[in-house]
Design a protein around this ligand. Sequence first.
Ligand SMILES: [Zn+2]
Length: 282
Amino acid sequence: MKLFISADMEGISGVATNVQLKKESEYQRFRKLMTEDVNAAVDGAFAAGADEVVVCDGHGNMPNILIEELDPRAQLISGNNRVMCQLEGLDETFDGVFFVGYHGREGGGYRGVINHTLAGICVEQIRINGRPVGEAEMNAGVAGRFGVPVLLVTGDDVLEKEVKQTLPEAETVVVKQGVDRFAARLLSPEKARRMIREKAMRAVERRREIPPYRIGTPVTYEIDFKATNQALMTTTLPTVEQIGPKTIRFTLDDPVTAYKHMWGCVIIAMSATNGVLGHVNA
Ligand SMILES: [Zn+2]
């Protein structure tokens, strides 16, 4: 039995504000905490009978998890330049997916801890077939296309509320309550990890009861960017239509292709933030 863990950092136990993930000394602490939450999920998965666990580091430029401290039974996908972003390595051979350390979508609630959607620097909102989505729901749709169900989601209470709408069967672990976007009421990481391990076991045991999340096809993505320059530069792709000063739209038949295309648009928008190639003399 094979499990895939996609891990982010904002919803890791102990994380309350974005400064902790940016200031170098703090970031090094939080890399450890991220690795430990992931280890708890890996341990629960193996305890419930998993034979193979692949962990995909999905925060920032994606080399956060400390490989030397990762449970040696797991393998790690680390580093950037990935066409599948937070899901690199996922395919139809997996029996389930965990989302560990995830967070609510930008503006999805009043108090979601470090709420954002994929890239806070450029994305205001992403909609799939007219519905606003966060990373958990977007990624669940991709996993669903492979026939793989989301079994476990960990993060704050706002995220839990969000995912209950589309993934009602998934096990959830609330490791913190949102107080503000940059403040939280935290459980001790030790307690949170015990909960993650337990729910990971239960999630794997229940895997056959939990259906994959299927999104309707064709898939229409709309992205509201934060600035006009970000939106306009994505129209270099012939599939993209600009439907407002900061809003683009595209439609594709396959959810996986559409996800990659969305990620490509976000990459272009990020690089357009201060002028494409603004710092390069090539
Ligand atoms: Zn993140």
